[in-house]
Design a protein around this ligand. Structure first.
Ligand SMILES: [Zn+2]
Length: 218
C-alpha cells in the first residue's frame, strides 16, 4: 500500500489537543474501559451523515453504544450467501446481539437524508448515475425502492422526503426481524427494537409506535 499519507495537520493538532486534555483528565477511566472490555446496552444503526450525532443527542460516553452507520440507516434482510457479497451491516448486528447481548437495537433515521433523496430521484428516473450497475449507493438504496410507492402521491417534496425517511427506519426494523437470532430474542423479551427519526434543524426526535404505525415526538 503505497498511497497512504500522514494525517493532515489540522487533525494532528486536534488529536494532540484531546490527548493533552480530554484523555489526560480521564486517563484512569480510559484505562478501565480498555481493561474491562465493552458492555454496551444498546446498538444504534444510523446514517453515515456527518450531522447525525447519536452520542450527542443522548449524552452518551464511550462504551455506551455499539454503533453501525451506513447510507440511509438501512438493514438488509437476512440473507446467506447472496452472490458472495460481504454483509457488513449484518455482521455488526450479529456481533451486537449474539456476542455483546445488547438489550436494545435502535434504528435512527434523520431529516434531509441524502440517501433517501437519492432513492426518490432514482424512482423518478432523475438519477441515471444511481441506476448504473457500478453505483454501490444505487444498489444499496434500491432496498428502499418498494416503499417509494407509498409516498409517490405526496405533493409536498419536504413531506414526501420525511415520510420516506421514516419508511426507511421501519424497513430496517422489519428486516431485523428476518434474522432468526433477533426474532428469537425479541419474542423471548430479551431484546427490544426501536425506531427513531431525528430532525436535525429542530433538534427533534420522534419514535415509531408500532400500534398506530406512526411516528410520535419523544
Ligand atoms: Zn442519511
Amino acid at each position: 500500500m503505497d498511497n497512504a499519507k500522514p494525517l493532515p495537520k489540522y487533525l494532528v493538532q486536534r488529536y494532540q489537543g484531546w490527548k493533552a486534555t480530554g484523555y489526560a483528565e480521564n486517563e484512569a477511566w480510559y484505562r478501565r474501559l480498555a481493561s474491562d472490555g465493552q458492555h454496551p446496552r444498546a446498538m444504534v444503526i444510523s446514517c453515515c451523515d456527518s450531522r447525525v450525532h447519536v452520542t450527542s443527542i443522548f449524552g452518551a460516553d464511550q462504551g455506551e453504544f455499539f454503533i453501525h452507520r451506513n447510507v440511509a440507516n438501512l438493514v438488509p434482510p437476512y440473507e446467506l450467501g447472496g452472490g458472495g457479497e460481504q454483509h457488513g451491516t449484518s455482521a455488526s448486528v450479529e456481533y451486537a446481539v449474539r456476542v455483546l447481548k445488547v438489550a436494545h437495537v435502535i434504528v435512527l433515521g434523520h431529516s434531509n437524508c441524502g440517501g433517501v433523496t437519492g432513492c426518490i430521484d432514482m424512482c423518478r428516473g432523475r438519477a441515471p448515475q444511481l441506476e448504473a450497475k457500478d453505483s454501490f449507493v444505487g444498489r444499496w438504496i434500491n432496498m428502499l425502492r418498494p416503499k417509494y410507492d407509498l409516498v409517490a402521491d405526496i405533493d409536498d417534496p419536504v413531506e414526501q422526503q420525511r415520510q420516506l425517511e421514516k419508511h426507511a427506519v421501519v424497513t430496517s426494523l422489519d428486516n431485523l426481524m428476518t434474522f432468526p437470532f433477533i426474532e428469537k430474542e425479541v419474542i423471548s423479551g430479551e431484546l427490544s427494537l426501536h425506531g427513531l427519526w431525528t430532525d436535525i434543524g429542530e433538534g427533534g426526535l420522534e419514535y415509531y409506535d408500532a400500534k398506530s404505525d406512526k411516528f410520535h415526538p419523544v
